[in-house]
Design a protein around this ligand. Structure first.
Ligand SMILES: Nc1ncnc2c1ncn2[C@@H]1O[C@H](COP(=O)(O)OP(=O)(O)OP(=O)(O)O)[C@@H](O)[C@H]1O
Length: 363
């Protein structure tokens, strides 16, 4: 029997599931093309996974473990993800691999390449994350992150998030202390793109999981949790910085996560403010910057363009040489680098996995 031709516009439109499956297949094919080729010292080299010499565990998260390793004499951080047949796990792996490969920013942890079949991503090695350093400071009874270090973190994180949005239409969705890393020179970088999403008309259109205690009110509210924008990452950064400088998460935490999340989502309850902190010695600019990030109503919360014009951001922008607040110690070292190395030197590595009371345990 002759097959009748159906014009494209009259064909039943593909179901959402088909579209998602196609997108996943496309991502998979793109990823496979570059698997096993690492960019080391500017040369693309085909590497056998057997050449990875694992040294030490750097950390672990819900999806895998990160270890230091050498490959052809270069030291790297190698993240090995737990692979299973779950579609969401596959999605997370593909996202992390593809976005790291796409990005080229001094504020984002760079990638050497990856091995898709053994699910390993090879990254630039950093010293540790802000979450682990905070635990070390707490248990060693040292001061928490000072305002000038918060200034460096704010400048780097906003620069990274703005780059992701402007250059690649990507929203991170998982900004929290364990995803902000620093190196021995005091550089601060963002990592972990497993649940990042692509923006359509500047909006995110799915509610992929994130870390609920750091999620903005609009992401915790059913009516708004499937369309939100980059301002939800601004909220997460505000909570992160609040926690790093005060040593504790700003909402009450107990066994019932539900109560914490309800407190965050309720627009009638006030937002936390650094001005309420008893040991408040922060500048007016810093308090105001964090107050703006923690505006509960998303309509009142500024976007990156506005935050990048804020006095607090400009004070920590190295390009603003007249007002840049970070002092040089000598020709090669500044006070940020000095603070990070003293913090590591004077605290114990063993403490980095011991939780802090009233602070989310994220890994
Ligand atoms: N490039 C790196 N250099 C040094 N340490 C790293 C690097 N990447 C990650 N880490 C360490 O490994 C830890 C685990 O990272 P990972 O991205 O797997 O999980 P997470 O963000 O901590 O948790 P989750 O995946 O559950 O959100 C980080 O918290 C950090 O301490």
């Amino acid at each position: 029997m002759e097959r009748r031709f159906t014009p494209l516009s009259m064909r039943p439109s593909p179901s959402r599931r088909d579209t998602e499956k196609d997108a996943l297949e496309f991502e998979y094919l793109e990823v496979c093309k570059k698997s096993g080729v690492l960019n080391i010292n500017g040369f693309r080299q085909v590497i056998d996974p057997e050449e990875i010499n694992i040294m030490d565990v750097l950390g672990s998260g819900s999806c895998g473990v990160v270890e230091s390793a050498t490959i052809r004499s270069t030291t790297m951080a190698v993240k090995t993800m737990y692979k299973n047949n779950n579609k969401d796990t596959l999605k997370r792996i593909l996202r992390d691999v593809r976005i790291m490969d796409l990005c080229d920013s001094p504020f984002i942890v760079s990638s050497y390449g990856y091995f898709y079949s053994s699910v390993k991503i090879c990254m630039e090695i950093m010293t540790t994350c802000c979450d682990k350093l905070l635990r070390r400071l707490y248990h060693s009874k040292l001061d928490f992150f000072p305002e000038f270090v918060a200034g460096r973190i704010v400048h780097s994180a906003i620069s990274a998030l703005e780059y992701l949005k402007e250059e690649h239409s990507i929203i991170h969705r998982d900004v929290k202390p364990s995803n902000i890393l620093f190196d021995e020179n005091g550089n601060v970088k963002l990592c972990d793109f497993g649940i990042s999403g692509f923006l359509i008309n500047s909006m995110a259109h799915s509610n992929n999981a994130g870390c609920p205690p750091y999620m903005a009110p609009e992401r915790l509210t059913i009516e708004t949790n499937s369309t939100y924008d980059i301002r939800s990452d601004v909220w997460s950064l505000g909570i992160t910085i609040f926690q790093l400088v005060t040593g504790k998460y700003p909402f009450p935490l107990n066994d019932m996560e539900f109560y914490t999340l309800t407190t965050i989502a309720d627009l009638n309850l006030p937002s936390p403010s650094l001005s309420d902190n008893p040991s408040n010695s922060y500048t007016h600019e810093f308090i105001n910057f964090i107050d703006l990030c923690l505006m509960k109503n998303v309509k009142d919360r500024p976007n990156y363009d506005i935050l990048m014009q804020h006095d607090f951001f400009l004070d920590y922008d190295p390009q603003m040489s007249q007002r840049y607040k970070i002092r040089k110690i000598n020709d090669t070292t500044d006070e940020i680098e000095e603070w990070f190395s003293n913090a590591i030197l004077n605290s114990k590595k063993d403490d980095e996995n011991c939780p802090i009371p009233n602070t989310p345990c994220v890994n």
